[in-house]
Design a protein around this ligand. Sequence first.
Ligand code: MG
Length: 390
Amino acid sequence: MLWLTTMPVGAPKAEDLAPWACHSARTRGRRHPEADAPTRTAFQRDRDRIVHSTAFRRLVYKTQVFLNHEGDLFRTRLTHSLEVAQLGRSMARALGLNEDLVEAIALAHDLGHTPFGHAGQDALNACMAGHGGFEHNLQSLRVVDHLEQRYPQYDGLNLCFETREGILKHCSRANAERLEALEPGGVARRFLDRTQPGLEAQLCNLADEIAYNAHDIDDGVRSGLLSLDQLDDVPLFDHHRRDTLADFPGLQGRRLLYETIRRMLSAQIYDVIEATQAALQAAEPDSVNAVRRLPPLLRFSPAMRESSSALKRFLFANLYRHPQVVETTGQAQTVVRELFDAYLNDPSQLKPGSTGQPSGPRAVADYIAGMTDRFAAREHARLTGRQMLG
Ligand code: MG
């Protein structure tokens, strides 16, 4: 333990990154200036702030595809975010990118999701029509910029520009104009200029897609809504299942499923690394600002892009639109809609026990969006007297 007491507390070790990476020492900074931390880089600090946030802890009880009460082993938003971070970090390392930034973006990318997955978001968006709408990416940024209240000097987590840039993955033109007016030259600017974010942000988008395509097959089969035979229709899955069976004849059931998914994941990761390395070699960006002006460089090969799209189409047709999923989706939308109406009609029901809270449609949307699945169901039962969803 001697080193613990003798190790000097100095500046964090310089990062050994490629020129196209986001170097923490060159961050565009925080909205409220802060002194550097003695032992952590700016992006490590962002990652730590996200892990300690309230919104992050709530992800454990938020639906990814299967509602939280449907089973203990399905992915939740939390385990999904951890898988995105794992896949993202392993690609980042091979590409000379900033792993800490990738991890921060990946862990925060779904913080703005409503309870009940996309059903909840669609219902809340419909409730907010005429009040600026509701969009989960924008909400993730709102969580880290405003809604987390943990620091004495400011609202939000005061994250670095590059982390916020990665969190705001999509943005409508109208929302981008509104954000740009509040923060000129800020994270929304690229949606007006049609430029790209840094490679770490681009990487998280692909890691997200790779993660959910793979784990939704796993959860789909686990739930019984998808069968292994149906997956014959998915070329990427079928290819790796045949390869697996060539190596392990007679393998079946969950071990066959896991090994096939493992090989699919590896093939996609290596494909992204190879295709992106080729794009980087051709474009030779010498900085993250050069990256931002170029077309997206983080990519699948054209063949893997098609394979991934085919897998996504399969999941849409056979899992996300499965009658059983659609039925719970309908119930989830009713819960969100009725919660929204109840709070709007009687703001005293909003965060009972607290005073001086903001009211109005946006405050109601923020409150509902922050709920876990089970809290939303409990609140709905309390306010309407009807028990739905677990
Ligand atoms: Mg995601």
